[in-house]
Design a binder for this molecule. Sequence first.
Ligand code: COA
Length: 217
Amino acid sequence: MRGIIEWLVGPGGPAAIDGAPLEYLIKQYALDSGALEIQYLEEYFGEFPRKKTANEIAARLEDREYLILMAEAPLPDDPGLIVPVAYKVVHEVRLSETEPKLVDLVAKLDGCIRFEDRKVLYSWIGGTRRDWRGQGHFRALTEESETWALATGFHEVVVKTKNRFYDMRGTLDQLQFDVIKYEVNPLDNRESKVYLSKQLTSDVVRSHTSNRTVVQV
Ligand SMILES: CC(C)(COP(=O)(O)OP(=O)(O)OC[C@H]1O[C@@H](n2cnc3c(N)ncnc32)[C@H](O)[C@@H]1OP(=O)(O)O)[C@@H](O)C(=O)NCCC(=O)NCCS
């Protein structure tokens, strides 16, 4: 089955019945089905020319701890149809990485993140489809990933973005990520990289605000 799943829901979808608090519907995927779903969903992110393939995603995640989450919501003009609208993939990153991109990441984080005797999570890819932005889906995914990460023994989550990704920078600010490193691109400052992190504590999880229903696929 592709990512679109028909559910029987009332008008306005599952999230807004009789003024009740929004309830975000999140699916947690296993590796192969999750990688395929993300490849499919990334087709909707027109602003990013180089999209991740399912093979690339699966190769990155196998042999490490990871979480593949997808939020689903009703189509505005057909609320009975529930579609994937946002996703987030997080995975463990270790000092002993061998994949060149992760070796580079660990090297860049040297002096900013302590890896010894700690579990560090990397928030790798994620986003929300345009028509569903600003509705809390990414917060819900992030909070779910933090709850999982704390329960799984992670100490810190790190994320990388660029100056020019203003939506993501604003969002990470709201989600209380702290800047730990700024890597200047001398040719184009909009391409400069920003590294941020968040310590995972029970206080962080207690401060979460989203109501979520999580289904394992
Ligand atoms: C960044 C992005 C994931 C946000 O997704 P979203 O589902 O709209 O985010 P949410 O609605 O869950 O918002 C989470 C918080 O961030 C804030 N926020 C969202 N977009 C924002 C923006 N453009 N500027 C400032 N704050 C923003 C929200 O107000 C919210 O704060 P609150 O919960 O404290 O009220 C989405 O805009 C996106 O996919 N952008 C393109 C992806 C991208 O830029 N990738 C860069 C590669 S790193």
